[in-house]
Write a protein that binds this ligand. Structure first.
Ligand SMILES: *[C@@H]1O[C@H](CO)[C@@H](O)[C@H](O)[C@H]1NC(C)=O
Ligand SMILES: *[C@@H]1O[C@H](CO)[C@@H](O)[C@H](O)[C@H]1NC(C)=O
Ligand SMILES: *[C@@H]1O[C@H](CO)[C@@H](O)[C@H](O)[C@H]1NC(C)=O
Ligand SMILES: *[C@@H]1O[C@H](CO)[C@@H](O)[C@H](O)[C@H]1NC(C)=O
Ligand SMILES: *[C@@H]1O[C@H](CO)[C@@H](O)[C@H](O)[C@H]1NC(C)=O
Ligand SMILES: *[C@@H]1O[C@H](CO)[C@@H](O)[C@H](O)[C@H]1NC(C)=O
Ligand SMILES: *[C@@H]1O[C@H](CO)[C@@H](O)[C@H](O)[C@H]1NC(C)=O
Ligand SMILES: CC(=O)N[C@H]1CO[C@H](CO)[C@@H](O)[C@@H]1O
Length: 752
């Protein structure tokens, strides 16, 4: 074998080694001299875990452990579960498959859609005379929690394993007398309208065109008609399961056949081989384990789920907000992304040569101004670090040695303050919820400081900027890695700890592997479930992890970042960035192009900080980096520009124009470049980076009719980001006001 072929073989081998990416970054408890340990001001309620495990803050079950009653909805999809605070004490289940639509914005689109939550069917026990329940089990990746309802002075309990995608709602009864009710009228049960009915399968027909199937797995039970309720004739110890009846008879036969086994939790596995990544859901089951689990898939699962390990059925239901779900038979799901991103630090295309001098001139101007890396908050300072790190990257790229040296020194000085925790609001390790939080929001009435960072809102957004800035230094000066590794990897562990072996943090606090994307809302009750608005800042986080792994030569961290990127990209392009031919989201809503705030139970074309269209679209663009081209594809950008952005860009808040024009460069490089030479800048973007980014776009439309013939001219360009602090303050105060209103009213319902 000659040298060349040996090299090729080595490369091939490296690429085909399967890497487990769910390995801990560390298992050390955060050092209390570096991260003072604190008890969180918001304590979980109704929690009694049988096995101590880090508790999730941003998963679907938070509502159960927050607030006085824990009665805000728990969205499992398709079923919506609510713990009843009034009689009959127990749970109510909603599956309406109906939405309300908000006001018409124009003839093509409505502002919001919201899934209707109705108490279609309620399950309780005769023994329950008040609301009493506790969460007594949670799984590691946040797919499941177990709720136990009980009553003091009674041995009756009902345990409810809630699992994302469950095809039936399961109730483990112990010495409890079933009490089934509804806000509708019960028309018949197994064709009967009165008396006692004994059996293992009940078909409960309601007057709202729904029927529900009730199964008893462990022997017959007897239910008696009592007014509009069905009451057990005896306390039972049995597993009962409810499912909404399907329209298609053969689908009900599938429900009948598969009912014997039920899910209680999930375990995650994830591996990367070269450019392919797979993640696996290993469902933990109870009941008749010789049966195969029937469980619902979301649309984004179906294009990548293995048909070797399982098969689809014709059992269907509409999810609350992510389109049609289809039942899949399989105890293990394997989902494979075949083309993981290979994006590195710089754009994969060189900047067009004609722009070079303008960019280099601008680079010198921007670096002469210096940086403001004084940390007190994390969101805006994170953006400053990232903005400045990108300048260092370009100083290196353009071989401006003196500028580069100055830049990297300034950046290191900035990090030095963080590493030595000399910044205001330095991070604390919260032992209640197992996480790193800003100390800015731990006092009374401070919960919304820094966008709620101390209450676990938005860490993936905030940390994403710092992680990427850290990755850039690591790339530019590998000797610096040992200095910042613990700090940067602490952020990764907090927001995206990949392994349950690292018991100092929950596994994947933000990323919801079932939904394929993250949720940004932390420890706040919500009538519509968790939400996320900035998918671009989510992507920035995953990209940051991939780059950190790349720069520090950790193939597991890099692989993890790239797998999350691929997964999030699919979900975002299925649900959040809607092409005109999107078939998943409601037709009335698609022409908005972007979802605005996407909750579990609704999407609202708005933002937390204002309703300007440039905010709604711009928050799905920031920050524009090399990865943006893989998420915002030309077809989407073209549709969004033609139907919405071209009409609003001229009247947009000035510094938001910088984002709109960077995005526009994807389809019209030259015109966008000219605009970017003189537009006010968002506080997270330097003019140098904006110009570089535009210049690295393909030459689409450079010479087509719509293109301006103007020549770019930098002689009048300003070097300061004049209006930027205005946006920051405005956005922050609007957000805080909005959240305060919501909290004051205690009805964090619709934002309209
Ligand atoms: C917590 O759970 C344990 C074990 O199931 C049980 O014995 C105990 O009574 C529970 N505590 C409370 C306060 O409910
Ligand atoms: C439950 O039992 C305790 C003592 O065993 C008693 O003090 C209490 O009043 C009882 N509560 C109810 C609701 O019966
Ligand atoms: C139903 O069964 C219960 C318990 O066996 C009995 O007390 C009741 O009379 C029965 N009701 C009817 C209508 O037969
Ligand atoms: C469990 O499921 C298998 C496969 O469907 C079936 O053959 C068996 O009878 C079931 N066992 C029980 C106890 O229901
Ligand atoms: C840097 O930013 C902080 C916080 O935004 C501000 O208080 C400070 O005055 C700024 N410093 C400079 C030199 O601009
Ligand atoms: C740049 O923008 C300012 C106002 O924002 C304007 O007065 C000036 O004419 C613009 N310069 C160019 C070259 O377009
Ligand atoms: C790009 O050019 C094509 C063909 O001239 C035109 O249809 C399209 O609208 C242009 N796109 C933009 C964003 O200007
Ligand atoms: C979309 C479009 O029509 N693009 C054209 C712009 O001009 C270049 C160069 O003339 C053509 O190659 C593109 O097809």
């Amino acid at each position: 074998m000659n040298l060349l072929s040996s090299l090729v073989l080595i490369i091939v081998l490296c690429k085909t080694v399967s890497i487990d990416v769910l390995v801990p970054l560390s298992t050390n408890v955060p050092d209390s001299t570096l991260y003072p340990h604190v008890i969180h001001p918001r304590q979980p309620k109704r929690l009694n875990l049988s096995i101590h495990a880090p508790l999730h803050t941003n998963k679907f079950y938070s509502n159960a452990i927050l607030g006085d009653y824990g009665n805000n909805p728990l969205l499992t999809h398709p079923y919506v579960i609510s713990m009843s605070k009034d009689s009959p004490y127990g749970v109510s289940i909603s599956l309406t498959e109906e939405w309300s639509y908000g006001p018409q914005i124009d003839s093509t689109r409505v502002k919001y859609f919201i899934n209707r939550i109705v108490k279609n069917i309620q399950m309780s026990a005769l023994e329950f005379l008040s609301q009493q329940f506790e969460v007594n089990n949670v799984d590691e990746p946040g797919f499941a929690c177990t709720i136990k309802m009980f009553q003091s002075n009674s041995s009756a309990t009902i345990t409810l394993p809630l699992v994302r995608g469950m095809a039936y709602v399961t109730f483990e009864f112990v010495f409890a007398t079933p009490r089934i009710s509804t806000i509708h009228s019960i028309l018949s049960v197994n064709g009967r309208t009165s008396g006692n009915i004994t059996g293992k399968r009940f078909e409960i027909v309601l007057n709202n065109n729904q029927a529900w199937l009730l199964y008893a797995l462990d022997g017959e039970i007897t239910l008696e008609f009592s007014g509009n309720q069905l009451i057990g004739t005896n306390p039972v110890t049995n597993v009962l399961r409810l499912a909404k009846k399907q329209a298609e008879p053969s689908a009900n036969a599938v429900l009948d056949a598969q009912v014997g086994v039920y899910p209680i939790a999930c375990q995650l596995e994830a591996r990367v081989i070269g450019f392919q990544g797979s993640y696996m859901f290993k469902w933990q089951r109870k009941g008749n384990l010789s049966k195969t689990l029937l469980h619902f898939t979301f649309p984004h699962h179906r294009s990548i789920i293995s048909l070797v390990d399982g098969q689809f059925t014709n059992v269907e239901a509409m999810s609350a907000s992510k389109g049609r779900m289809i039942g899949y038979l399989g105890n293990i799901w394997t989902l494979t992304e075949n083309a993981l991103s290979t994006m590195q630090f710089l754009a994969p295309h060189s900047p067009a040569i004609q722009y070079r001098n303008l960019i280099v001139t601008q680079l010198k101007k921007d670096l002469a101004v210096g940086a403001n890396l004084t940390v007190s908050d994390y969101y805006f300072t994170g953006k400053e670090f990232h903005k400045y790190a990108l300048l260092c990257l370009l100083a290196d790229y353009y071989r401006e040695i003196a500028e580069f040296n100055r830049c990297i020194k300034t950046l290191k000085d900035g990090f030095e303050v963080l590493i030595t925790r000399k910044n205001a609001n330095a991070l604390r390790y919260d032992t209640t919820w197992s996480g790193l939080v800003s100390s800015a929001g731990l006092g009374q009435n401070q919960e919304l400081n820094d966008f709620g960072n101390s209450y676990y809102n938005d860490h993936h957004y905030h940390w994403g900027y710092f992680i990427q800035a850290g990755a850039i230094i690591a790339h530019l000066d590998p000797n610096y890695v040992s200095k910042i590794r613990d700090w940067v990897e602490g952020l990764i562990r907090d927001a995206s700890n990949p392994s349950s072996l690292d018991t100092s943090f929950p596994q994947f606090r933000y990323f919801d592997w079932f939904s394929g994307h993250s949720w940004s809302q932390g420890l706040f009750e919500s009538a519509d479930g968790k939400d996320q608005e900035s998918t671009s800042e989510e992507i920035n986080f995953h990209y940051g992890i991939a780059l950190w792994g790349l720069a520090t030569k950790s193939s597991t961290i890099e692989g993890l970042g790239r797998l999350m990127l691929g997964t999030a990209k699919r979900a975002i392009q299925t649900y959040f960035l809607m092409n005109n031919d999107n078939t998943v989201m409601p037709q009335q809503f698609i022409a908005n192009k972007v979802t605005g705030i996407f909750f579990e139970n609704k999407a609202d074309y708005t933002t937390w900080f204002g309703t300007n269209p440039e905010f709604i679209h711009g928050i799905q663009m920031i920050p524009c980096t090399p990865i943006t081209e893989e998420i915002r594809l030309v077809k989407f950008v073209e549709e969004e520009w033609v139907t919405i952005l071209s009409k609003i860009v001229h009247n947009a808040v000035p510094e938001w124009k910088s984002l709109l024009y960077m995005n526009y460069a994807i389809i019209n490089r030259h015109e966008a470049f000219i605009q970017l030479t003189n537009v006010s800048l968002d506080n997270g973007v330097s003019r140098t980076w904006a110009l570089y980014w535009a210049a690295t776009r393909p030459s689409t439309n450079d010479s087509n009719g719509t293109v301006s013939t103007r020549k770019p001219d930098l002689s009048t360009v300003s070097t300061t980001n004049t209006a930027s602090s205005y946006t920051s303050t405005m956005v922050a105060s609007a957000l805080i006001q909005l959240l305060l209103t919501i909290i004051a009213s205690k009805t964090p319902a619709m934002l309209i």
